[in-house]
Design a protein around this ligand. Structure first.
Ligand code: GLC
Length: 534
């Protein structure tokens, strides 16, 4: 394993729901051994780091983001030895593993909460936020709008209200308690000692509450997170913290601190704008948000993504833009959820191979490290009959045998139905077909890995005189790569300024060519051109 401390800047991440990936023991649930069996597949795809969604014991009322025991693996998924074995095998293949660290809240079935609610004198009372009134912190918004009508829930046993930013089955921890602060350090140490390469820190803006504020991004929250980083830096250098803060770029910027808080942060607002640019056939919104994105410290890195396990969130757009996005991408009522769209990448793009490839071209070439959501590399569909976000969390489609090669037992959920079901779309057939989406994505990842400009380089928009073209230069040391994406459904001509003309290698086809002032791109075509003199 290369011991480069900045490994995350070049890395391609792959997000896995262990439950939905591969079942090794026939109980119908994916598990750690199943994932281990599929490491060769991930290695072939070329990813550098797996992001494991929560594998902790949990009543699964929020798919494991409701943890009932922080220092164990849910029996459904295996045990700690299975995890050690998985980490060992992954590392042997040069693949790192980060996992979700849910700091903000626990499950209401966690022993801390049980003790807290049952006894006012318990040392755990103070682990959560109790109140006689539900009128405190009125300026904090509700996040799960479709299911919750307040951030306070009355608890009979406790005789008080408790505070929660997500489901009422997920009471928020009280970070004003030094004991809680220490507990999270202990949890982090536990997993880092086991060999985990870092954490995707879940829902970090909400750790502290203060009256008269939105209770998001508070200075106390940053101070705590800096301590967490310092501890990791001292004892586990090279391990990373990735920030999940669904906020505007200027509000995420402080999570990087002076390079002493998070190494990485998701860039949420760029995501809907990538989809907007494709539908409008113009890159204006993308340019606007990148222009509004402040620089980050040298050793830090954005993470960009197209889809994940949640709804395609539209929190970071204006109300008008949200309405427009819903009209364009969620025409049926069952497709909306909270402030978003509960659909997968392929169906969002009409299962149009050209659009799916083009949007991935942007994912792999815009600044930041890309995060792929499992199954999107083969263009998996969704199942809108399943409630909440479960429709985008269906089992991986390995082959066309019964139950998709996912399980020999009774699967925990339904599969995707219709044109994109596993009989029509699966890993096995795509591996065999050199022209499949899988091979297209594999190629992009492979090219990206060979060119540090994508992970580390600066980006400069190139004026092509044609608004339908998203054209930009990525540059690192002497390496210069011109990326051209035709966002429109028609052929487009463009004019390249003199400074961008010259002899290039088309990185995706390996052809050499001389690019002059005018170029033409087919509908939804994309080019990654590397200058020879680089
Ligand atoms: C994050 C997760 C989401 C979860 C929530 C509460 O936003 O991505 O899936 O429901 O946190 O833990």
């Amino acid at each position: 394993m290369i011991q480069d401390k900045l490994w995350y800047k070049d890395a391609v991440f792959y997000q896995v729901s262990v439950r939905a990936f591969k079942d090794s023991n026939g109980d119908g649930f994916g598990d750690l051994r199943g994932l281990q069996q599929k490491l060769d597949y991930l290695s072939l795809l070329g990813i550098d780091c797996i992001w494991l969604m929560p594998i902790y014991p949990s009543p699964l009322r929020d798919d494991g983001y409701d943890i009932s025991d922080y220092c164990n693996v849910a029996a459904l998924y295996g045990n700690l030895d299975d995890l050690k074995s998985l980490v060992g095998s992954a590392h042997a293949l040069g693949i790192r593993i980060i996992m979700d660290l849910v700091l903000n809240h626990t499950s209401d079935e966690h022993a801390w909460f049980k003790a807290s609610r049952s006894d006012r004198n318990s040392p755990y009372r103070d682990y959560y936020i109790w109140s006689d009134t539900d009128q405190k912190y009125r300026d904090a918004r509700i996040i799960f709008l479709d299911t919750e009508d307040s951030n306070w829930t009355w608890d009979e046993k406790a005789g008080q209200y408790f505070w929660h930013r997500f489901y009422s089955s997920q009471p928020d921890l009280n970070f004003d308690s030094p004991a809680v602060q220490d507990e999270i350090f202990k949890v982090a140490r536990f997993w880092l000692e086991l060999g985990i390469d870092g954490f995707r820190a879940d829902a970090v803006p909400y750790l502290f509450e203060r009256e008269g504020t939105s209770c998001e991004n508070l200075p106390e929250t940053h101070a705590y997170l800096k301590r967490l980083r310092l501890f990791m830096e001292k004892e586990f250098p090279g391990r990373i913290l990735l920030c999940e803060a669904n906020q505007w770029p200027e509000d995420v910027r402080p999570y990087f601190g002076n390079g002493d808080e998070f190494q990485m942060g998701f860039h949420f607002p760029i995501m809907p704008r990538i989809f907007m640019s494709l539908k409008k056939g113009r890159a204006d919104d993308l340019r606007e948000i990148l222009g509004r994105t402040p620089p980050i410290p040298e050793d830090c890195q954005w993470c960009i993504f197209l889809r994940n396990h949640d709804e395609l969130t539209l929190e970071m757009v204006s109300p008008e833009e949200r309405k427009w996005m819903w009209e364009q991408y969620a025409p049926e009522p069952g497709m909306k959820l909270n402030l978003g769209i509960r659909r997968r990448l392929a169906p969002l793009l009409d299962n149009d191979r050209r659009k799916i490839e083009l949007i991935n071209s942007m994912l792999f070439t815009l600044p930041g490290s890309p995060v792929l959501y499992y199954g999107d590399e083969i263009g998996m569909g969704d199942n809108l009959d399943l409630p909440d976000r479960n429709g985008v969390r269906t089992p991986m489609q390995w082959d066309d045998t019964p139950n998709a090669g996912f399980t020999a037992g009774k699967p925990f959920t339904e599969f995707v139905k219709g044109d994109l079901d596993y009989r029509h779309l699966n890993v096995k057939s795509q591996l065999l077909d050199q022209n499949s989406l899988f091979h297209g994505i594999k190629k992009m990842i492979g090219v990206r890995r060979q060119h540090p400009a994508f992970g580390r380089g600066e980006m400069q928009w190139v004026d092509t005189g044609n608004p339908a073209i998203a054209g930009y230069l990525r540059r690192y040391n002497r390496e210069r790569i011109l990326v051209l994406n035709n966002l429109s459904e028609s052929q487009q001509n463009l004019t390249l300024p003199a400074e961008h003309q010259g002899s290039v290698v088309d990185l995706l086809s390996d052809d050499s060519q001389l690019i002059k002032s005018s170029l033409s791109l087919q509908p939804y075509a994309y080019l990654w051109l590397k200058y020879d003199n680089g």
